[in-house]
Write a protein that binds this ligand. Structure first.
Ligand code: NAP
Length: 477
């Protein structure tokens, strides 16, 4: 299934190192074991920190242009081998081929964007208002950056951290989710081939994420944590980083509202809904999770969304004729089914709109009618191809329901025109708002949330600053 040349050991200090035990990686479409990767212990984790710490002594002072060229080569290799990357993503995560290619391309773009940003970090010079000194500001790399990533975007969540960290001059210890370690190992190999010096990037695959992370976060040589995952685990890690006052960037849960206001074009809203809901089979922090539709449009929107869902083909991700692949595991699929069961007991009408294969972690796409705001499906991040629809009467009511949530990552707003959309977007409590479109993610844009969706921004001009310290020099010039 996987080529024998595929690395399955830990990447520490430029070497592929076996661990005391192995960790099986499953294909969720078939249940087959794809590979047995090294299962890192606390000792391996601390060895990775040592390697990153030693490498920082020279990488932190390597000219930005040299770092940029390595990042650019990484982008070029990933782009040339995009199908290899997509294949690994689809195999271990289950997602549809189109989504896997989309992710691999998006993931590579972070290396291109941050290769360009590496040499554009600006310092500052100005006089104090009383002219008694000059104020010089500088930025320096923080040091060893520890990164923990989830299973839903095995490539992009890693590169969105690795690229800015390396551009800034930091070295990295990356720990991918236990379900999807293969893509991260492949990215480590690409970085080695692109010329990243030994120890600049270290990859730990483990089933003991809690133990390994606790030891790494207690190590004074680690300078920052960048985490993407659930809000529950994010809060737990913030409790640990608080002990060392460690800078922590957090990309957490979503529960995005998709609001169709009076006067919006329904066909265009359906087109956007299919992207916002079905990208990655709904397993995205940015996935539209709750649909609020103005009562004048709700009947038409619901009927058209059901028609669009019923055209979807569900099956193995590697078969490019399928639109929806498998969920990452049976456990994840069962979580979604449990939410649906609860929704049915609350009086919602569930419509499963496609056939699914008999085996594997598949789930049909559902449109759910008669949903009440504040019920199970609007209160929980569903993380699957399920679209609950709630109807509202006034603009204020639509906005109130959209904002009535502890999360604030992204909102989708369909309005009569762009001006109306921007006035609505200013009232949404989310770090990102997609206006009359179903996709916002872009390596050149600041990605991140308000409220319990996180701290900090990735991508854009802001992303590199998550890995830089600002230093001020008071000086007479
Ligand atoms: P998760 O359970 O929080 O896991 C995320 C990562 O944290 C995995 O690598 C996991 O490793 C690790 N982890 C779990 N428990 C840990 C602990 N006690 N200490 C240290 N690390 C630990 O989240 P998930 O289920 O993989 O991903 C889904 C969540 O991620 C959703 O809430 C989604 O919204 C969010 N997400 C957010 C963004 C964003 O940019 N805001 C992007 C993607 C996903 P193991 O796999 O080994 O347990």
């Amino acid at each position: 299934m996987l080529g024998t040349e595929m690395h399955k050991d830990l990447l520490i200090g430029g070497q592929w190192v076996p661990a005391a035990s192995r960790l099986p990686v499953f294909d969720p479409a078939t249940g087959e074991v794809l590979a047995q990767v090294a299962n890192a212990t606390v000792t391996d984790g601390l060895a990775a920190v040592s390697a990153a710490y030693e490498a920082f002594a020279s990488w932190g002072y390597t000219p930005a242009r040299v770092r940029a060229e390595i990042l650019r080569r990484t982008f070029e290799i990933m782009t040339a081998e995009v199908e290899t990357c997509a294949r690994l993503i689809s195999l271990e995560n289950g997602k549809a081929w189109r989504d896997a290619i989309g992710e691999a391309t998006y993931a590579a773009e972070f290396f291109r964007w941050f290769s360009e940003e590496a040499s554009r970090v600006e310092g500052g010079f100005r006089y104090s208002p009383g002219r008694d000194k000059t104020i010089v500001t500088d930025h320096r790399p923080m040091g060893v950056a520890y990164m923990i990533t989830p299973w839903n975007f095995p490539a992009a969540m890693a590169t969105r951290k690795l690229a800015p960290a390396l551009a800034a001059g930091c070295t990295a210890v990356l720990q991918p989710a236990a379900e999807t370690p293969l893509t991260a190992l492949w990215i480590g190999d690409v970085l080695q081939r692109a010329g990243a010096p030994a120890g600049v990037v270290n990859i730990l695959t483990t089933s003991a994420s809690g133990q390994v992370s606790e030891a790494i976060l207690s190590d004074p040589r680690v300078a920052t944590l960048s985490f993407t995952g659930s809000t529950v685990v994010g809060k737990l890690l913030l409790g640990q980083t608080a002990q060392r006052v460690l800078p922590s960037s957090m990309e957490l849960g979503g529960n995005a509202p998709f609001v169709v206001f009076e006067g919006a074009d329904v066909d265009s809203a359906i087109e956007g809904a299919m992207i916002a809901k079905m990208r990655n089979g709904g397993a995205a922090c940015t996935a539209a999770n709750r649909f609020y539709v103005h009562e004048s449009l709700s009947k038409e929107f619901t009927a058209k969304l059901e028609a669009a869902f019923s055209k979807l083909r569900v099956g193995r991700g590697l078969d490019s004729s399928n639109d929806l692949g498998a969920m990452v595991s049976n456990a994840e699929r069962n979580k979604i089914l449990a939410l649906l069961e609860r929704a049915a007991t609350e009086g919602s009408e569930l419509n499963a709109l496609a056939d699914i294969p008999e085996t594997g972690a598949f789930i049909a796409p559902y449109v759910v009618r008669d949903v009440r705001h504040g019920s199970t499906l609007t209160n929980n991040e569903i993380f699957g191809p399920v679209a609950p629809i709630v109807t509202f009467d006034t603009e204020d009511e639509g906005i109130r329901m959209a904002n009535d949530c502890e999360y604030g990552l992204i909102s989708y707003v369909y309005a009569k025109n762009a001006g109306h959309g921007i006035s609505l977007a200013r009232r949404m409590e989310s770090g990102m708002v997609a206006i009359n479109r179903g996709l916002a993610s872009d390596p050149a844009a600041p990605f991140g949330g308000m409220k319990e969706s996180g701290l900090g921004r990735e991508g854009g001009f802001a992303g590199i600053h998550e890995f830089l310290e600002t230093q001020y020099f008071a000086v007479d010039l």
